[in-house]
Design a binder for this molecule. Structure first.
Ligand code: PEP
Ligand code: MN
Length: 284
């Protein structure tokens, strides 16, 4: 394999990248991104945004373009969904993370997103990577569900080499023989990324496990492993979620998680002797 020129932690890149999106700094603070799997309505998105903001989230997530396994499932609201996210941002001040699935949509989706997400199914969509590489906006690059660390970092390299230095990695689980969980959340990738790349890495335990009952422990474990943040799915009425309802946290559950992250964050600060794991808005 050709050596990575821009994604690796060596040569010109001996210092870890800090990537800003609004008032959020990936690689410095422990960033908590929360929100629904998909944007369904004004009321659902704004209510969920207000609840996660009150609990201490730093960014709002929500899909307007949903890459679904079945073509008959809800595909997202598209432009209307982006406009709803804009209203939720206005109502709460939370910057927005949202997925883009088609190279032709990148430039106009970027007018609504503070961070553009590339989903697991598109990790190796090289035309899409080259297109987001032209932007002056951070990209959240999810790990392909069948991909190795090298393949993943090479995809980051596509974005970096096209001119965009702001790439955040996101572990979201990989396919293994295990079926109890939706995917196998590979937390060993967090310190592995830290020793090979300067890019920040966050963890998505919602898609990584698909099981509501273990999202909290995996979120805490992600922080303990040295992740720069987490992204979790929260819905104001989980039972009604149009997408991924089995893994949607209620606002109460999310509030409980934030309290535990705050406690663990201060332990991690003591261990590290610095504020690598400082929780943004949730810090006491
Ligand atoms: C998502 O975060 O909305 C999503 C679809 O995740 P993934 O690409 O990891 O399946
Ligand atoms: Mn989802």
């Amino acid at each position: 394999m050709n050596a990575l020129r821009l994604a690796s932690l060596n040569g010109d890149h001996l210092v870890r990248s800090v990537i800003s999106a609004g008032n959020v700094r990936f690689g410095e603070d422990f960033v908590v991104i929360a929100g629904p799997c998909s944007v369904e309505s004004d009321e659902q998105t704004i209510k969920t945004a207000q609840e996660v903001k009150a609990a201490g989230a730093n960014m709002l997530r929500g899909g307007a373009f949903k890459p679904r396994t079945s073509p008959y499932d809800f595909q997202g609201l598209g432009l209307q969904g982006l406009k709803i996210l804009e209203k939720a941002k206005h109502a709460t001040g939370l910057p927005i993370v949202t997925e883009v699935t088609d190279p032709r949509d990148v430039s106009w989706v970027s007018e609504y997103a503070d961070v553009l997400q590339i989903g697991t199914r598109n990790m190796q969509n090289f035309s899409l990577l080259k297109e987001v590489g032209k932007l002056d906006k951070p990209v959240l690059l999810k790990r392909g569900m069948y991909s190795t660390l090298k393949e993943w970092l090479n995809c980051a390299e596509y974005i970096l080499s096209a001119g965009n230095p702001s790439v955040i990695l996101c572990e979201r689980g990989i396919r293994t023989f295990e079926t109890y969980t939706r995917n196998t959340l590979d937390l060993s990738i967090v310190p592995s990324v830290k020793e090979t790349s300067h890019l920040p890495i966050i963890v998505d335990p919602s898609h990584g496990t698909g099981r509501l009952s273990i999202i909290e422990s995996m979120s805490l474990a992600a922080m303990a492993a040295g992740a720069d943040g987490i992204m979790v799915e929260v819905h104001c009425r989980p039972g009604e979620a149009m997408c991924d309802k089995d893994q949607a946290m209620s606002p109460d559950m999310f509030g409980g998680l934030m309290k535990k992250l705050t406690v663990l964050g201060s332990c991690m600060n003591k261990l590290n002797g610095k504020s690598l794991h400082r929780l943004g808005a949730g810090e006491p």
